[in-house]
Design a protein around this ligand. Structure first.
Ligand SMILES: NC(=O)c1ccc[n+]([C@@H]2O[C@H](COP(=O)([O-])OP(=O)(O)OC[C@H]3O[C@@H](n4cnc5c(N)ncnc54)[C@H](OP(=O)(O)O)[C@@H]3O)[C@@H](O)[C@H]2O)c1
Length: 290
């Protein structure tokens, strides 16, 4: 019997890369890791033919327009990739009976909360990137109510561009750095999210849960605490100064509070979520010993 096919987009991104690392542990499936060259999500009209040609049983969309500040000016492109194409992938998956999993963001909230956001907390995107992801969620659920949407935050890994790698580089180059201390959230180690996604895939179709979920590591911290812990684990001597957001203006607004409540994904899919410090330690150890 043919093994069921899992298509993964965003192959060269942090999450796509983390899913590739799991390939060997899941040999009951065939995987097709897709690059932008094979399926360009800025061309939604090409999606149907691609999916119909390959007939996946599962489609995991890790690709996205993730340039948060640039999205303020490249609005049309962000919308094509994060909204129109997500709606289209969801629709085609529904038509061929494939499970569709896509990733969204804490930026669908306005960041004014004071306790962890539940999955049904009212959305109010904080910036244009957040709006494009929010519209993607909406179109996906309209076109395919069985869609599983996983909102995540502060993603980092050994691969790609992220806060952890930027901090390590700056801490090596400088004697002091400034990091904002008045934005609270929770980091997500991409390999932990990749594992959670595969745990979900393994439970389909028996597990009937679908809709919106939240996933990050557990805990809540400021970017400054995150940086200070990176410094501690990497054993650098650089001074990490705390600064307010007002001292670090960015084109796109950032949330003051973006901690998400992850109890629904833990409960509905029996997923154990690791503490942020534990996962950060693994990532730093891997990065320091390459
Ligand atoms: N990074 C974060 O902090 C964060 C926070 C919240 C939510 N998320 C969400 O988590 C998911 C995974 O993020 P990530 O950190 O893995 O992102 P990433 O590292 O920026 O990777 C994004 C991937 O999308 C691909 N891509 C971009 N435009 C494309 C297009 N037109 N057609 C096809 N592929 C395209 C990129 O391809 P190339 O390699 O060719 O550029 C890249 O492989 C995304 O949905 C993102 O919105 C991320």
């Amino acid at each position: 019997m043919n093994k069921p096919l899992i298509i993964v987009t965003g192959t060269n991104g942090q999450l796509g890369w983390s899913l590739q690392k799991l390939l060997a542990a899941y040999n009951q499936y065939n995987f097709l890791f897709v690059t932008r060259e094979q399926l360009d999500l800025s061309k939604p009209e090409t999606i149907a033919a691609f999916i119909q040609q390959h007939q996946p049983k599962y489609f995991i969309n890790c690709a996205a327009y993730t340039a948060v500040d640039k999205a303020e000016t490249e609005q049309e492109l962000a919308l094509q990739i994060n909204a129109t194409s997500v709606g289209e992938m969801a629709k085609v998956c529904a038509a061929i009976g494939a499970f569709f999993i896509t990733i969204s963001t804490d930026y669908v909230f306005d960041g004014n909360g004071t306790s962890p956001y539940k999955t049904n907390h009212p959305t109010n995107p904080i910036n244009y990137y957040g709006y494009s992801k929010w519209l993607g969620e909406k179109l996906a659920l309209e076109n395919n109510p069985e869609t599983i949407i996983i909102r995540t935050s502060w993603v980092y890994s050994e691969h790609g561009n992220n806060f952890v790698k930027t901090m390590l580089r700056l801490m090596k180059e400088r004697t002091a750095i400034n990091v904002v201390s008045d934005q609270i959230g929770c980091p997500t180690y991409a390999p932990d999210l990749a594992k959670a996604i595969m745990q979900i895939v393994e439970q389909l179709p028996d597990n009937k849960h679908s809709g919106i979920y939240h996933f990050s590591n557990t805990g809540n911290i400021s970017w400054h605490t995150f940086a200070a812990t990176i410094k501690e684990f990497a054993e650098f001597s650089c001074t990490v100064n705390a600064i307010p957001t007002s001292a670090f203006p960015t084109p796109a607004k950032r949330p003051v509070y973006s901690v998400m409540d992850t109890t629904a994904i833990a409960k509905d899919f029996s997923i154990t979520i690791t503490d942020w410090k534990e996962s950060l330690k693994i990532c730093i150890d891997n990065l320091m010993h390459v």
